[in-house]
Design a protein around this ligand. Structure first.
Ligand SMILES: Cc1cc2nc3c(=O)[nH]c(=O)nc-3n(C[C@H](O)[C@H](O)[C@H](O)COP(=O)(O)OP(=O)(O)OC[C@H]3O[C@@H](n4cnc5c(N)ncnc54)[C@H](O)[C@@H]3O)c2cc1C
Length: 323
């Protein structure tokens, strides 16, 4: 089976989700006597591209034309489809990141391929091709069979381990023949929240809700997050009231995350909130109401007032850091 995996980069650096996707692709290639080729789009140093060999890619198809300097779904999907055809790919793997979500269906349409997004399993290939995905905001699973000769799957970030499987990796520069007419949208400027840990990439997330009473109390959440090297998140009402930016809103209508540790402080645990965080590996809940629904989803819980618990937790985390 020829496998093509999209190696997404941010400002010339690969993300953790990229290494997960390459490791995942290499594992499927190994199980099916297949090949694992990565496709890189945009300007990125060749030394960085060879990093992909560490996770099992034997080949990297690299597209560096000027038009590809900034992400645009239309041009990127055209180029990745070009790579898939060039490599006779039977399976195209994409990480279900913001960018991944916007290109996966476009690539599937170009390749006339079946597509499954939100995939959380290695495909079963003994008889046919079957993958498992989450459905109903993560409350159920569905096993989906795919029948098309070319298949596109988008895997949920943080669902698969980054595993080293070192290979000699050959880089080939390609040109998909893009012209200005292929560019139907253009990012004029991207302003990043500097110095912050990206929520979707974070291993640890400290999240808070209406129980924090107001934005003036968020310094405790930020301090704890700083000590633990965590990203901050919040419930929907908190961002609706502008206590926190919408980029921190997690849940059914916000971002879905899957960190190793999710700490929920003063959040009731409504089903719409859980939809975005229930796949976290370990959930810790701090709530003064012992009957708060979130405790049912928690691995560890503290029944207590956040304004008493947080200062103690911050002191304990500082002491732990000091060793
Ligand atoms: C269609 C739809 C989509 C939605 N999508 C989302 C979504 O994506 N994300 C989301 O979060 N919500 C979403 N909601 C809203 C959701 O239903 C809840 O209303 C919301 O999650 C509640 O936010 P909260 O827990 O911060 O506030 P509350 O429900 O007000 O809960 C506050 C909690 O803090 C506790 N508390 C209070 N004071 C303290 C204290 N001093 N110390 C410790 N604990 C304290 C309380 O006991 C309570 O459990 C959606 C709703 C709908 C209808």
């Amino acid at each position: 089976m020829n496998i093509l995996v999209f190696a997404e980069n941010t400002d010339g650096n690969f993300k953790k989700s990229t290494f997960e996707a390459v490791s995942y692709a290499a594992q499927i290639a190994k199980q099916n006597n297949g090949t694992c080729t990565a496709v890189s789009v945009g300007n990125i140093a060749d030394e960085k591209l060879t990093e992909l060999g560490k996770y099992g890619a034997t080949k990297v198809l690299s597209y560096k034309q000027e038009l590809l300097g900034k992400f645009a779904a239309e041009t990127y999907s055209k180029v990745i489809s070009h790579a898939a055809q060039n490599d006779n790919a039977e399976l195209v793997i994409i990480s279900n990141t913001y960018s991944g979500k916007s290109i996966a269906p476009r690539i599937a349409a170009r390749l006339k391929a079946g597509i499954v997004t939100g995939v959380i399993s290695i495909p079963q290939t003994e008889t046919g091709f079957k993958v498992r995905r989450t459905v109903f905001s993560g409350k159920s699973f569905a096993d989906i069979e795919m029948f098309t000769p070319v298949k596109v799957i988008a895997i949920t970030p943080n669902s698969f381990a980054v595993e080293e499987m070192p290979q000699t990796c050959i880089i080939t520069q390609l040109d998909a023949g893009l012209t200005n007419s292929d560019q139907v949208t253009r990012s004029v400027e991207i302003t990043r929240n500097s110095g912050k840990i990206v929520l979707t990439e974070a291993e640890v997330v400290i999240s808070a809700g209406r129980g924090m009473k107001g934005p003036e109390n968020w310094h405790m959440i930020e301090e704890l997050a700083d000590i633990l090297g965590a990203a901050t998140a919040c419930s929907k009402p908190v961002s609706d009231m502008d206590w926190r930016p919408h980029t921190e809103h997690v849940g059914q209508t916000g971002i879905t995350i899957k960190p190793n540790l999710y700490m929920a402080i003063g959040i009731s645990g409504a089903i719409q909130h859980l939809a975005g965080v229930s796949s976290s590996k370990v959930i810790v809940v701090i709530n003064k109401d012992a009957e708060a629904p979130f405790f049912k989803a928690a691995d560890y819980g503290i029944v207590g007032d956040a304004f008493e618990v947080l200062p103690k937790l911050i002191e304990a985390a500082k002491a732990f850091k000091r060793g």
